[in-house]
Design a protein around this ligand. Structure first.
Ligand SMILES: [Zn+2]
Length: 376
């Protein structure tokens, strides 16, 4: 292990834990961070949603009544992909100011930056408001770790503001769309392909439903930053062979919602629109996030990042969804910002890298955000 004194060193240590999800296997990585945080005086609790699938919540208590600020990030990564890498994905190779590795941008650099900020701050005077670090497993496959934490009574505690360290090149984003992924299924009755009148063709039913979906309207005003909600049919599978009437067809629908839409309502409207011939079941259901840029704390974050980035941030939103879809509602909807050192375009890519300067910069930004909130 590297010397743990710097944030790039800590990122490299995290890259060496293979936490590709599936299977995830985040336990050793979580325990490594837990030991560092405990060593600095934070209280650490582990929560595994399955064998080896460990998230952790670390707390530094404040002395006053103000709720703590939450920094959150996930430690699982996506698979390496089919293309060969030119760099070792697990060894933290560096070149031209870039740190290469699976998870460098998404988002072990971000986790290392807020953990280092917490380690440094924990050594100073006791703040009036505390810190809570929520480090999750299983984010990439549908926020399993965050859902598990939200279901455990008392695991998350409270938070008055949330910083999500997902890749934004340190630009503060004030929200993102929600995702509602549905599996739709139409059923029929099989028969010999030479006697289609004896059967009911499930592909015809699905085809009619898919054509109808192309015209589906959400009937909501577009969001000023995120635009309208969208719908896409991504896959379709039906039929066993050419000479049978197919009795089942399955297709998938990817809906991206805007804040203010309730997913239960979208599902019920879509269900009636498609009619009884199609059953729909959710695969992923995470609602959107939005904080008014005029919120006082967001203005603090804009000021701090503006000074460090050298440009005044404008209201922007992320294209992906994050654990904030679960954590922010669980914390009773405090203001939330998505802000981390990773390169958004590098997430999930072959030869993923993060600029080392951004990781150092993120530690500084997180430190100043924490100081402003907690009164260190
Ligand atoms: Zn991520």
């Amino acid at each position: 292990m590297d010397n743990q004194s710097d944030v790039v060193g800590l990122t490299r240590e995290l890259l060496r834990f293979n936490t590709i999800n599936p299977p995830g296997d985040e336990q050793a990585c979580a325990e490594h961070l837990g030991r560092l945080l405990e060593g600095a005086g934070l209280t650490v609790a582990y929560h595994a949603f399955a064998e080896g699938r460990t998230s952790l919540v670390a707390r530094l208590e404040g002395s006053g009544d103000k709720a703590p600020i939450c920094f959150t990030g996930h430690i699982d990564t996506v698979p390496l992909g089919a293309q060969p890498w030119s760099k070792d994905p697990f060894n933290g190779e560096t070149r031209d100011g870039k740190l290469f590795g699976r998870g460098s941008s998404d988002m072990k650099g971000g986790v290392a930056a807020f953990v280092m900020a917490a380690l440094d701050l924990a050594g100073s005077t006791r703040p009036s408001a505390g810190l809570v670090l929520v480090i999750t497993a299983g984010e990439e496959t549908g926020c399993e770790g965050a859902f598990h934490l939200a279901r455990q009574e008392g695991a998350l505690g409270e938070a008055g503001a949330v910083v999500v360290g997902e890749p934004t090149a340190n630009y503060p984003f004030v929200g993102h769309k929600g995702a509602l992924w549905l599996e739709a299924c139409s059923r029929g009755v099989t028969a010999h392909g030479s006697m289609p009148d004896k059967g009911v063709n499930a592909i015809y039913k699905a085809a009619q439903a898919v054509v109808k979906l192309e015209d589906f309207g959400f009937n909501v005003a577009p969001h000023p930053q995120m635009g309208p909600p969208t719908l896409n049919v991504g896959t379709i599978q039906g039929g066993m062979n050419i000479n049978s009437v197919p009795d089942e067809t399955v297709f998938s629908i990817d809906i991206r919602t805007i804040p203010g839409q309730t997913h239960a309502q979208v599902r019920s409207v879509l269900g009636s629109y498609l009619g009884e011939d199609v059953d729909i079941n959710p695969l992923i259901d995470v609602e959107g996030i939005w904080t008014d840029p005029q919120n006082g704390w967001i203005q603090d974050v804009y000021r701090i990042t503006g000074e460090i980035l050298g440009e005044s941030p404008e209201p922007r939103t992320a294209t992906y969804f994050t654990d904030a879809s679960i954590l922010t509602p669980a914390y009773d909807r405090p203001p939330t910002v998505i802000l981390g050192p990773g390169e958004p375009a590098m997430a999930h890519q072959t030869d993923e890298y993060c600029h080392m300067g951004r990781i150092v910069q993120a530690q500084e930004i997180y430190t100043r955000i924490a100081q402003a909130w907690c009164g260190f």
